[in-house]
Design a protein around this ligand. Structure first.
Ligand code: GLA
Length: 372
């Protein structure tokens, strides 16, 4: 009798425990099993919000690459980390190199993923021939614009209908206060005209593609206002610009929620789509002094982990709040195994900016991002 009573009490306790767990899980929006679901990925949790993408190298897509399955499971949009940049896809005046870009485009097609094209005009990773005559002197504005037109027309036409959105111009605005345009060869030789021409020619080559201006520090109020003014000027002239890419190279200490919201509000007031095109969250502040660092100072400490969790939670809460305006979120690199931030702005300082750890496992921040 006493035994069967204890038995009943145990049953009751177990039932109560299950009920509590179920209620807790239900109030979080995802069931407990959902949170460990290996067949669902970020793209599925966010299917009612926006595509979730990742920047990749062709080698990540090899059948033997450990990243490949993770990419298929988690993402539904791809960006080429490097291989579609002008210097790589158009290394010499009369030579295009398509093979690596084609690998990414074909993989996306086979797996029903979108592709963001990155990027048509940039001051970095552009081959030197673009700005030089055969005798080594600098090209005229006329010649540079005709080369630009040729480049854009060839690349956009090749991937017409396969690339749904292009970062047409990358990082044209200057960071210093009071200075509007970056003093790049593009600007020095052509003035600001190259920007509008790039959008016009991209639109001519693929009228269906969404065309973006892409930049970093887009939440910094001074730079934000310069970008806004440039975009407003372009739109007032009827130039086909459809969106702004916030690169999203952020950190545990910036941007603040207010800076991010203000920026999204301001850009979208122009009727533009907003995409986060290169998301990562450095565990270091941008101005942290690492000059006297000791071995181990770049460990992923519990404190860094916690601050990163808080930042990722905030970011995705804001992204969800702007459903319909934010039309894509892309991570820059797959996992903490490799990030460009391992060498920038400090060389050989390990960083941990993504949602997957160095063994490609989901980090705690991942579960916070899908828990809504
Ligand atoms: C910029 C570019 C990217 C990439 C990152 C750093 O944000 O837009 O293509 O080069 O820098 O890796």
């Amino acid at each position: 009798m006493r035994d069967s009573k204890r038995h009943r009490a145990t049953h009751l306790k177990v039932a109560l425990f299950c009920l509590t767990a179920m209620l807790q899980a239900a109030s979080c929006g995802q069931g407990i099993n959902e949170l460990n679901n290996e067949s669902k990925g970020l793209k599925d949790y966010y299917q009612n919000y926006f595509p979730v993408g990742v920047a990749v190298a062709p080698s990540h897509l090899n059948p033997s690459a450990p990243e490949r399955n993770l990419i298929i499971r988690e993402f539904n949009s791809l960006t080429a980390e490097n291989v579609m940049k002008p210097g790589l896809i158009h290394p010499e005046e009369n030579r295009y190199f398509w093979d690596n870009a084609d690998i990414i485009i074909n993989f996306a097609g086979e797996h029903g993923m979108k592709v963001r094209g990155h990027t048509l005009v940039w001051h970095q990773q552009t081959a030197p021939w673009m700005f030089r005559n055969s005798d080594g002197t600098e090209v005229s504005k006329e010649l540079l614009l005709s080369r630009l037109k040729e480049h854009i027309t060839q690349v956009v036409t090749r991937y017409k209908g396969k690339v749904y959105a292009w970062d047409v111009v990358n990082e044209a605005i200057d960071d210093s206060e009071g200075k509007m345009y970056r003093e790049s060869p593009w600007y020095r030789i052509c003035g600001e005209e190259y920007i509008e021409k790039a959008f016009i020619w991209a639109h001519e080559a693929d009228p269906q593609a969404l065309l973006f201006y892409n930049d970093y520090n887009t939440e910094n109020p001074a730079k934000r206002d310069k970008i806004y003014n440039m975009l407003k000027g372009l739109l007032d002239k009827g130039i086909p610009v459809h969106g702004i890419g916030l690169q999203g190279h952020w950190s545990v200490s910036s941007p603040s929620e207010k800076e991010l919201r203000d920026a999204i509000e301001k850009y979208s007031s122009l009727g533009l789509q907003v995409q986060i095109t290169e998301l990562d969250v450095s565990v270091y502040g941008w101005n942290e002094d690492f000059s006297k660092r000791k071995p181990g100072d770049d460990a992923f400490t519990a404190e860094r982990e916690q601050r990163q969790i808080e930042q990722y939670k905030m970011l995705f809460r804001v992204f969800r709040d702007y459903k319909g305006i934010i039309t894509g979120v892309t991570f820059w690199n797959v996992s903490d195994k490799h990030s460009w931030l391992d060498n920038f702005p400090v060389r050989n300082r390990k960083n941990y900016p993504l949602l997957f750890d160095q063994n490609l496992q989901r980090k705690k921040a991942y579960y916070e991002v899908i828990n809504f």
